[in-house]
Design a protein around this ligand. Structure first.
Ligand code: KG4
Ligand code: ZN
Length: 358
């Protein structure tokens, strides 16, 4: 029996430094190891990711992550058949750190190098976790991404729409800051919303009723700020109930917007095998419940959370598919801050907190 193909994946496009080993054998692809070093503490004092700090931390941690991935899989680097690395889109310094590391490893090992699009990594994850068949609809919702993608093949993606301003996770983080809740804002807002009344504030559902699948969260975030200021002006401060109601109202508006536009994306995409989500915001129980229960939708698929958020297993897997399709890069591979998955779609107008992604 031939030895399975083993791909080393590296991810460093935002604030997570990650390495993973993925193998393909007779039973299909499987994750041998996947390790992530998060930088949340390094950026906490700044209220957002500081690109230079992130890039430096990636450079310091990438080799440790590679070592940890090998240790965890009990596999030496000599068993690696190719090195896959996120080559964009993302924060340029971090992407460069990863690409440099991957070039060094590929050269040292005498193995092929494969540049992977970070968004393709997210979008292909349900093939690895759930064995999804093409074509399926993917909604990416995180702090840096928000787009609907029709995944037609491992290298063919149609972008149906996305946010024209903030990513939803970014809006959760900003609303948390507005209300004095800790970062990352998503879990904090979700926890506060649990005790709140989603109907107390009539927050907008931006772009509702319009055709297409574009989304917008900036005006909603501002509406929360305006409502907060009105309460403070009237009563001199926020009570716990005010905070809970503001969070619940905001969360309900995000859930409504995502549900409405998901239905529009599905209506424009007959014959999908599944409706899949990925990204940190997919962890939100209210949002997940709405998206998993859309009328007339194909089966709902959400990969386990550690594979929904940034990780290197998704990069190794996308690299494996590219490797098997015969794609190779060489030492001219460059880091790309922008790299649309769908070269034919109109560019996204806005930018997430991690910069314009595509
Ligand atoms: O996918 P992710 O780990 O990183 C990228 O942005 O690439 O997503 C992180 C984002 C943060 O903005 C965080 O606030 C949000 O996902 N998030 C949530 C929840 N958990 C994480 N948003 C809403 N509800 C949650 N439970
Ligand atoms: Zn990501």
């Amino acid at each position: 029996m031939p030895a399975p193909t083993v791909i080393l994946g590296l991810e460093s496009s935002c604030d997570d430094t990650a390495a993973a080993l993925v193998a393909d054998g007779p039973e299909g692809p499987r994750i041998l190891s996947s390790v992530v070093s998060r930088q949340t503490d390094l950026h906490a004092a700044f209220g957002g990711v500081v690109p230079e700090i992130a890039a430096r931390a990636h450079t310091e941690r990438l080799d440790l992550m590679v070592e940890a991935a090998c240790d965890k899989a009990s596999l030496g680097l000599d068993r690696v058949d190719a090195v896959a690395v996120t080559a964009g889109p993302g924060l340029i310094g971090g992407v460069m750190s990863g690409v440099m590391m991957a070039k060094g490893l590929a050269m040292g090992l005498g193995k092929p190098l494969i540049g992977v699009n970070h968004l393709a990594g997210h979008a292909l994850t349900p093939v690895l976790t759930d064995g999804l068949a093409y074509p399926y609809l993917m909604l990416l919702v995180s702090g840096g991404h928000c787009q609907f993608l029709r995944v037609e093949a491992a290298d063919r993606f149609i972008r149906l729409g996305g946010t024209i301003d903030d990513a939803p996770g970014e809006a959760f983080d900003k609303v948390a800051r507005t209300l004095g809740l800790p970062q990352p804002g998503g879990p904090a807002v979700e926890a506060a919303a649990a005790a709140g009344d989603p109907a107390r504030f009539a927050f907008p559902r931006p772009l509702s009723g319009r055709p297409g699948c574009d989304l917008s969260f900036s005006g909603l975030k501002t509406a929360v700020l305006v409502a907060r200021d009105a309460i403070i002006a009237e009563k001199g401060g926020l009570t716990e109930t005010d905070r809970a109601d503001l969070c619940a109202g905001f969360q309900a508006a995000v859930a409504d917007s995502l549900a409405e536009k998901s239905l529009q994306a599905l209506a424009a995409s007959p014959g999908m095998t599944a409706f899949a989500v990925a990204g940190g915001v997919a962890a939100n129980r209210t949002i997940r419940a709405r998206l998993s229960d859309l009328p007339g939708a194909p089966p709902f698929v959400a990969p386990p959370l550690d594979l929904c958020t940034d990780n290197a297993a998704m990069i190794a897997f996308a690299g494996l598919l590219a490797f098997q399709a015969g794609r190779r890069d060489d030492l001219t591979l460059t880091a790309r801050p922008r790299w649309p998955l769908d070269g034919t779609a109109a560019p996204i107008l806005g930018a997430g907190k991690r910069g314009a992604k595509a």
